[in-house]
Each structure stands twice: as structure tokens, then as C-alpha cells.
Design a protein around this ligand. Structure first.
Ligand code: VTB
Length: 346
């Protein structure tokens, strides 16, 4: 009988790209853990509890994985701590394991979960050390599009020109484009503008990162994301868009004079427009996201007694591979310490 010969010295140790590939499949456990814990608290009206539980689940799982991570940016402007905070070391790897930049949003949209609204998800990004931008302002004004819109947008140009160019690139009429905008008073003029141009609008109460992830995928029903949202969400969106060949442009935006003055005092140029590559550079970007509530891109977590089901996406910039993963979790007998999956008994 023919046998496959085994290599004389076993498989060679993986190089950087190989380590990245192995880690990516494991990373999904961290967003699954965060999503399951958060989803348990759906509709209970307590966004802070959602956030804390999810961050704990994510952290617990990440600390079992073989990498050394440094958190570069904090998600959710003005939200309570319990988050993964900038400077925090995360990951359970020792010497010889990859040193990575990390940006995470254990719950993108804790208020969405608290109210049982759609499009809450858990997101984690890792990249080569030094390649994720640690933007030093809370908010950014953004425009994001998927691969077909790449090269057609200009944050400084009028909205009409951007929508016209994206529609042309997608071989559609402007009225067939769907634009996502956070429903905030600061966007009143922008919303009027887009209405007068004739595109369809989806106003969201939270979650412009989820919208950018949806825009990254062709048939999600989201084409363009416009307006002012969190800076960390811009970095995470850039990571996703790097993986699929989409584009984001973002510039600092200040809610008040004090934050503008502080930004200037730290020596940053307030007028700079950050490109996708400025926000998330280098070849080694990997992203995992898991749905918490049902959304445009991913279905939310489902609980079925001893089993739970989650829906996730994995993306890798180096190869552009996108994987959708549906997981059936066996919750019976998994302790919180061991797995990190088990949502709290409340
Ligand atoms: C957005 C949204 C996030 O923060 O970035 C938003 O996408 C911006 O902040 O989900 P404001 O709520 O202060 O406008 C989140 O809502 C996260 O908190």
C-alpha cells in the first residue's frame, strides 16, 4: 500500500505569514466569546453590562492565544471602561510568538444590544506591530466604500460628486445607492443633502463600523458610509476595507473647542485626511467579527439550551480571503475560566 512519506524533519516552523494564518482561525474564538456573552444580555437595557461582559469574554480568550498584542486604540467614544484600553498588553504568547498591534471593539453598539436592535457585532483586528494608527482624537468624519468604489471617493469633495462617482463605478443610478449615516443632530445637513441628491438612506442609531463591514461586501445592501463617528471605528473599518480592497478616508472631527485645542497642542495636524493605508498599513492585517444581533452582514447569536450558534466572518489582507464561519457551541460543562464562552448566569 502506498503511504505518503512524512517530511524528514517535520514541517518547517511557520514564517510570519504562516503564523498569521494559524492565528486568524483561532481569533474567531475571541469574537465568538464576546458575542455570546453580550447576546445573553440582549434587551436588558444595560449597555455598560453588555460592554463589560463582552470585553471580559474577549480578553479571556485572547489570553489563551499564542501572540503578544498591544492595544492601540480605544473603541466607543465616551463609553465606560472595561474596554480593551490603549497600551494594554493582550495575548498569551511568550518569546518567539508574533508581536502585534491590536484594535478591538468587543461590542460595536452596546446600546443596540441593550435594546435588542440590529447590527451589533464584536470585532477584533490584529496587524504587524506599528501598522495600526493610534488616532489621538475621539471622532472622525468619514467616507467608506467597498471595492467597486475604491479610487472614486474624495472626502473633501461635495457629497453629490462622491455619490455620482460611486454610482458610476457601480454602474447604477444614484437613486439605487444605499448610504448609511449615524442618526445624530450633527448630521442634519448631511442627511438633507443626501436626500436632495436622491440616494436611499439608512439612518442608524449606532454602529458605523458594522455599516463599513457591510459596505465591504458586495451584496450586503450597504454601498456608502458617510459622516462623523468614532476614530477607533475608522481604524477597524480601514482594516476590513484593506482586506477586501475597499476604501475609507477620514479626518479628525472635534465635538468641542477643548478637544480640538488638546489635539493641536499634542502637535497633530487637524486638517489631515487619513487614507485606508494610513489607518491600517502593512500586509499583515487579520480581522474577525461575530454577530451579536442580526445584521446586514452577519446573523446574531442564537441560544438553544445547551447549545448556542454564532455567525462570524474572518478576513485577511495578505490574500484577500474571506471566510464565513457558523459555529455550534456546546455550552454544557464549559466553565467560564476554561472557555470564556459561557455567558454569565444572571
Ligand atoms: C459611532 C458608532 C459607534 O459611537 O462611532 C458612535 O458607530 C459615535 O459616537 O457604535 P456618538 O455616539 O458620541 O455619536 C458608537 O455609537 C459607539 O459608542
Amino acid at each position: 500500500m502506498h503511504r505518503n512519506p512524512s517530511p524528514p524533519d517535520g514541517l518547517p516552523l511557520p514564517d510570519e505569514a504562516g503564523q498569521e494564518r494559524l492565528l486568524l482561525l483561532d481569533l474567531v474564538r475571541s469574537t465568538e466569546a464576546a458575542a455570546l456573552r453580550a447576546a445573553r444580555l440582549m434587551g436588558k437595557g444595560d449597555p455598560d453590562a453588555v460592554e463589560l461582559e463582552a470585553a471580559e469574554g474577549m480578553r479571556g480568550m485572547l489570553n489563551q492565544l499564542p501572540f503578544r498584542g498591544r492595544v492601540v486604540i480605544r473603541a466607543g467614544p465616551g463609553r465606560p471602561s472595561g474596554q480593551l484600553l490603549p497600551g494594554e498588553r493582550i495575548g498569551g504568547g511568550g518569546a518567539g510568538t508574533p508581536e502585534l498591534d491590536v484594535a478591538a471593539d468587543p461590542v460595536e453598539g452596546p446600546r443596540l444590544v441593550a435594546d435588542g436592535l440590529p447590527n451589533a457585532l464584536s470585532v477584533f483586528v490584529a496587524a504587524n506591530a506599528g501598522s495600526l494608527h493610534s488616532v489621538r482624537c475621539q471622532y472622525m468624519n468619514k467616507i467608506a466604500v467597498g471595492p467597486r468604489g475604491r479610487g472614486r471617493i474624495d472626502l473633501r469633495a461635495p457629497v453629490r460628486e462622491n455619490l455620482r462617482a460611486v454610482a458610476a463605478a457601480m454602474r447604477r443610478k444614484i437613486r439605487d445607492l444605499t448610504v448609511v449615516i449615524l442618526n445624530r443632530p450633527r448630521h442634519t445637513a448631511l442627511i438633507q443633502d443626501v436626500r436632495s441628491i436622491g440616494a436611499r438612506i439608512k439612518l442608524i442609531s449606532d454602529g458605523d463600523l458594522a455599516a463599513s463591514l457591510a459596505a465591504a461586501m458586495e451584496d450586503s445592501g450597504v454601498d456608502v458610509v458617510l459622516g462623523i463617528g468614532g476614530s477607533a471605528e475608522a481604524v477597524l473599518s480601514a482594516a476590513a476595507l484593506r482586506c477586501v480592497g475597499g476604501e475609507i478616508q477620514a479626518e479628525p472631527w472635534f465635538a468641542d473647542d477643548a478637544s480640538r485645542i488638546q489635539y493641536l497642542a499634542e502637535g497633530h495636524a487637524p486638517e489631515k485626511v487619513f487614507t485606508t493605508e494610513d489607518l491600517a498599513a502593512g500586509p499583515g492585517i487579520i480581522l474577525a467579527a461575530t454577530g451579536i444581533t442580526d445584521g446586514d452582514l452577519l446573523r446574531g447569536a442564537r441560544f438553544q439550551g445547551d447549545r448556542a450558534r454564532t455567525f462570524s466572518v474572518l478576513m485577511r489582507a495578505r490574500t484577500g480571503t474571506i471566510r464565513f464561519i457558523e459555529t455550534f457551541h456546546n455550552l454544557a460543562g464549559i466553565s467560564e475560566k476554561r472557555g470564556g464562552y459561557l455567558p454569565p448566569a444572571r
